[in-house]
Design a protein around this ligand. Structure first.
Ligand SMILES: *Cc1c(COP(=O)(O)O)cnc(C)c1O
Length: 442
């Protein structure tokens, strides 16, 4: 295959990595199991583009899985990191930057009154659940099948069907006793959630939800669904945790809660707030956040939490993306406009080529499923598994790489547009998609 030559150095590096790193990667989706072949190793990125170790260049729609809202190596972010690094990389003591970023997050996210910074999205959701349990004095939590909230034990659980069941661990090493307090229901099924609450309502500490299910592809909430979860949880004294690690600062400046007017008790953040450096945060109503040590009894800590480099990168990213002079479009709005053009283009290419796709986009995020049949709709994980044509996506993915466009190496991941993607990038991408759709169809 021509693929062999084009990616020769990536292949060699992957072989070397596999002998010293399990599976050759530090996060499983990077291993390309979803599309076959071997992962592409990158050497540099600038704006909308990345370059691999074989010298191939790509327009990048992965953007480190979301964080790079301004694109790669944005000058404002680089400058903020460099200036802070010269003053010191970590103190393990408070800095002014933490308060500044917290204030900015509070100003942007309507459901947030206080913020605690951590180092990853996983840490954010794990801590948010501990907080919900501490605050309510209850143990059970509810998550939705196919929603991903990082890899903490109690979140690596997924029921096998739309029927509400007691959870079974999704991975060896997760104690059955831990998984047993995680209840799972199908996404977008308010009746199933209501039934679960009829049975267990007064023992449920929290419901955790991705406001857009974007770790099983790109599944939008049905109209009224999130509002329904809000009412259901409120009426049972259960906290609603919105996991906006991916959607925060990507769907709108105020995330999905700002866009759709949902008022969560706790919000989880990550990805964009670190501007490409490792950060997470859990945040929410003051009365609840006051439970966190040292204000309250719930313990949670971190040697590098609120790390000044990461705070500086996050601040530079958010300020640059959302600050715009009166009457001018912000960089965020520009990126969202490009994402809209891209998604609309993909919709019409699906019609023109006769390849059935389910296309979605909100703000700077987008996604498209290759469907086994025209006319079916994916609203949850069960339907995703039933209707998605992952083999066709794999062909399409490699055809896109050959045409200089890098998409997620899995059909079950979302895509991202940055402020650096220009109209030429979008046009080039749509031309490549037309050709790759025809290649994948044939
Ligand atoms: C990425 C992601 C996480 C996990 O964040 P990490 O920084 O990878 O630990 C949690 N929730 C959602 C919705 C995510 O997209």
């Amino acid at each position: 295959m021509t693929v062999t030559d084009r990616y020769a150095r990536s292949k060699a590096l992957f072989a070397a990595a596999q002998s010293v790193i399990p599976g050759g990667v530090n996060s499983p989706v990077r291993a390309f199991r979803g599309v076959g072949g071997t992962p592409i190793f990158f050497s540099r990125g600038s704006g909308s583009h990345v370059e691999d170790v074989d010298g191939n260049s790509y327009i990048d729609y992965v953007l480190s899985w979301g964080p790079l809202l301004l694109g790669h190596a944005h000058p404002a972010v680089l400058q903020a990191i460099a200036e802070q690094a010269a003053r010191g990389t970590s103190f393990g003591a408070p800095t002014e930057l933490e308060t500044e970023l917290a204030e900015l997050v509070i100003a942007l996210m309507p459901g947030v009154e206080q913020v605690r910074f951590v180092n990853s999205g996983t840490e954010a959701t794990m801590s948010a659940l501990r907080l919900a349990r501490a605050y309510t004095g209850r143990e059970k939590i509810v998550k939705f099948s196919g929603c991903y909230h990082g890899h903490a034990d109690m979140l690596l659980v997924q029921a096998g069907s739309g029927v509400a069941t007691l959870g079974l661990p999704d991975s060896p090493g997760v104690p059955a006793s831990t998984a047993a307090s995680t209840l799972t229901v199908e996404y977008n099924d308010l009746d199933a959630a209501a039934e679960l609450f009829r049975q267990h309502g007064d023992t449920i500490a929290a419901v955790i939800v991705e406001p857009i299910a974007a770790n099983m592809g790109f599944v939008l909430p049905e109209p009224g669904y999130l509002q329904g979860l809000r009412e259901l949880t409120r009426s049972h004294g259960t906290l609603l945790i919105m996991d906006e690690v991916m959607t925060g600062f990507r769907t709108s400046p105020g995330g999905c809660q700002g866009l759709w007017g949902i008022d969560p008790d706790i919000t989880c953040l990550g990805k964009v707030i670190g501007g490409g450096l490792p950060v997470g945060a859990y945040a929410g109503k003051r009365a609840i956040m006051q439970t966190v040590a040292p204000a309250g009894p719930m313990y949670q800590a971190g040697t590098l939490s609120g790390n000044p480099l990461a705070m500086a990168a996050g601040l530079a990213t958010l300020r640059t993306a959302f600050d715009a002079p009166e009457g001018e479009t912000s960089l965020f709005q520009r990126a969202a406009g490009r994402a809209q053009t891209l998604a609309d283009g993909i919709r019409s290419l699906s019609e023109q080529t006769g390849v059935p796709l389910q296309v979605g986009n909100v703000g700077t995020m987008f996604g498209f499923y290759f469907l086994k049949e025209a006319g079916v709709k994916v609203r949850n994980y069960a339907e995703a598994k039933q209707w998605v044509d992952a083999a066709r996506y794999a062909k399409f993915f490699w055809a896109m790489c050959e045409r200089g466009v890098y998409l997620a190496p899995s059909q079950f991941e979302a895509g991202f547009v940055s402020a650096a993607h220009d109209t030429v990038d979008i046009a080039v991408t749509l031309t490549a998609i037309r050709e790759a759709l025809l290649a994948a169809r044939g």
